[in-house]
Design a protein around this ligand. Sequence first.
Ligand code: TRH
Length: 359
Amino acid sequence: MRWDIFCQIVDNYGDAGVCWRLARSLTSLHGQDVRIFCDDLPTLNLLASGVDPEIKRRIDIQPWEASHHNSRHPVETPDVVIEAFGCDLPERYLAGLLIAPKKPIIINLEYLSAEPWIVDFHQKASPQAHGIPKYFFFPGFQENAGGILLDPIPEEPSLMEQFIPETLRASWNLLRPNTKRISVFCYPGIPLLKWLEDLTTLDENFDIVLTHGQLEQLQISSGHPIKTLDLPDSIQLISIPFVSQDEYDWVLSQCDFNIVRGEDSFVRAQLAGKPFIWHIYPQEDGAHKTKLAAFLDLYLEDASQELKHAVIAAMTWAMPSQWYQSIDEWSCHSKAWEADLLQKQADGGLAARLMGFVA
Ligand code: TRH
């Protein structure tokens, strides 16, 4: 089938991240023919670099405006149009669809959520005045939700360890032996410096892998140039550049603990099988708190009381000294959660469920 994915980048990288992962899943796992129309090609291309060139060659990345001239011959009208996160289709593109002899199906791809109500809305019709069939599709963890994006399915971290991406080689050379690794990709507004300082009270050494922009964020929040931050030797800060999506997935697999945010890195942290803090995107109406609680209900369903307390404390930014005593149990839990997730998504996850629905 032919797919047109519309990706409008509101802010951050998540919109591009999800659209790109969907496009590559449809192409590499299902042999589909995919076009992406995006209003911020530099961001999309940044994430997409480093992917297997054969897959990249098969995905047609176009600027948003190119959709205004829907140049495909009518017989090449897409079978499926994806409005990622409910972005509106350009009027001129829609007008082209209206006169096409064969009508596609439009899918409004929603945000990922663990909230129970999504399964009642998943795959429901959204009747439109223009008459083209449109449906809601809700990604989710539950078996009767839209699933999660699995591509690429992560390999064993010990196998991936051998393939250090070139862009990360210099940073990786700085890592110390017998030292725990924590990657950091979070929004401003959390007490990260205090959190790092608290790590120094633990009986471990930590290498902190700061993703692009995090060092500056720390500087701003502390009001100091980072060099004057007085962190003891047990903590080493290592800044890495913005890397491709595959390379970032690799980083997550190679750290002992990850701080992630948004929704794509959140899923990849789970698939890395490591403990993580999800710094969910804060919303003014507090909706993120409900979303986080819904996820924790699922994530901790089978956990011991002690682990439940520890994880909830960590995810709500209690200091590490308050929960780190549970880290071994949390590590085991993370591996089990990953295995369970993969088993529940053994049908192929989001891309396969989307294919099945459209068919
Ligand atoms: O960038 P995000 O914060 O995006 C978020 C989400 O889209 C969220 O749903 C939305 O409400 C909010 O923005 C406005 O986080 P997310 O979703 O994890 O996306 C980051 C993407 O960037 C992900 O695909 C991983 C990728 N990435 C790289 O490719 N290289 C990097 O170096 C890093 C740090 C990330």
